[in-house]
Design a protein around this ligand. Structure first.
Ligand code: FAD
Length: 337
């Protein structure tokens, strides 16, 4: 084995696939019993570098744009029909602020909103459209990546509890998310709560963000009338990462009420799941690649794991080859902006 990848979340699986394509012999080691343990399993799957510019470090935006271009070569089913951003009619200021902080958008009036999403006709007077953004179904994508890796002869060992130091590999890619707090003491978990609902009456076809001064919300469509409704961002990390975080009654109430405000037909939607995940984040909420000995650790993907993983994986390959330092690798896409 040339490279052992620790962690089968989005970063680990995308890194493994990218390394295989670069000609490396790879094996993946995951602590949990199956693929469902990661923050990635509970996420929205939005690929939204332009919208995230509202809050994210410019490195995230630059790497995100690169990832958007890379995703379709990794898995099928990446939608690229953009993002619609709306605000309640009584809160026009939040949309103006969002417009000022972001780029690559088109301003929409009521008619244009109805043209894009007929299901929302007559409900919003102004909106912003980010045509270059995309989204994918995280669970299907994680499963597609494991299938692809299996077919490429990459073993994935679930229930791994061994000492990474004892792995017989030339290099180790540490993509353990919050499980890497032994390596990164400043890493923290930022709780994100979400709901999966099913409705045949809400015909939304692309991610829609509903801005709000206290309870922003997004809805991401999936196949079969399923919608992911997300997500809270709560600095309430438990120090015990072995205990799965849970959704509070207050958060569930707020998420579902806001979804109903976006489209009244959500009132009759079936709740399939209420789940919470912990996003791995550094104090600056930006990602890091760090090399120590034979280990390359990649972490701090915060609320951008899907947005960042392919670009970070490509940079890990560069670092492994000795083409660049981790810091240069992180900033390479910034230079190309
Ligand atoms: C509600 C919610 C919505 C989100 N929406 C989006 C979105 O729309 N777009 C986006 O880009 N991002 C989104 N994110 C963020 C994204 O999910 C994270 O950034 C991403 O999951 C981080 O990826 P990761 O692979 O580093 O960590 P994880 O996905 O958490 O994966 C880490 C894996 O490592 C395993 N592991 C831990 N310890 C060990 C060990 N000792 N040995 C082996 N394996 C180990 C874990 O079990 C886990 O499977 C969202 C997150 C949440 C919670």
């Amino acid at each position: 084995m040339d490279v052992a990848v620790l962690g089968a979340g989005v970063m680990g699986l995308v890194a493994a696939a990218t390394l295989v394509r670069a000609g490396q012999r790879v094996a993946v080691f995951e602590r949990a019993a199956d693929i469902t343990a990661s923050a990635a399993w509970r996420s929205g799957g939005m690929l939204a570098p332009d919208c995230e510019a509202e809050i994210a470090d410019p490195i995230v935006v630059a790497l995100g744009r690169r990832s958007l271009a890379l995703w379709p070569s990794l898995v099928p089913g990446v939608a690229t029909n953009g993002t619609l951003v709306l605000a309640p009619p009584r809160e026009p200021g939040v949309l103006t602020r969002f417009e000022r902080l972001t780029r690559n958008h088109e301003s929409l009036d009521e008619q244009a909103i109805a043209g894009l999403e007929p299901a929302l006709a007559g409900r919003y007077r102004r909106g912003l459209f980010f045509p270059s953004e995309g989204h994918l179904d995280p669970r299907r994508t994680l499963l597609a990546l494991t299938t692809w890796l299996g077919e490429a002869g990459v073993p994935i060992e679930f229930g791994f509890s061994g000492d990474p130091g004892s792995l017989l590999a030339d290099r180790i890619v540490d993509a353990r998310g919050l499980g890497a707090r032994d390596h990164f003491p400043t890493l923290r978990g930022v709780k994100g709560e979400m709901a999966l609902v099913r409705s045949r009456d809400v015909g939304i076809t692309r991610p829609v963000r509903l801005l709000h001064h206290r309870h922003p919300l997004y809805v991401v469509p999936r196949e079969g009338g399923v919608f992911m409704i997300g997500a809270t961002t709560i600095e309430s990390d438990s120090t015990d990462t072995n205990e799965a975080p849970r959704v509070t009654l207050r958060s569930a109430g707020e998420l579902l009420t806001q979804a109903y405000a976006l489209h009244p037909a959500f009132a009759e939607a079936e709740i399939l799941e209420l789940e919470a995940g912990l996003r791995p984040a550094f104090p600056d909420n930006a990602p890091r690649i760090e090399v120590s000995g034979r280990t390359i650790a990649v972490n701090g993907l915060y609320r951008h794991g899907w947005l960042l993983a392919p670009a970070l994986a490509a940079r890990i390959v560069d670092v492994l080859r000795g083409d660049t330092s981790p810091n240069e690798a992180l900033h390479a896409d910034m230079a190309q902006r």
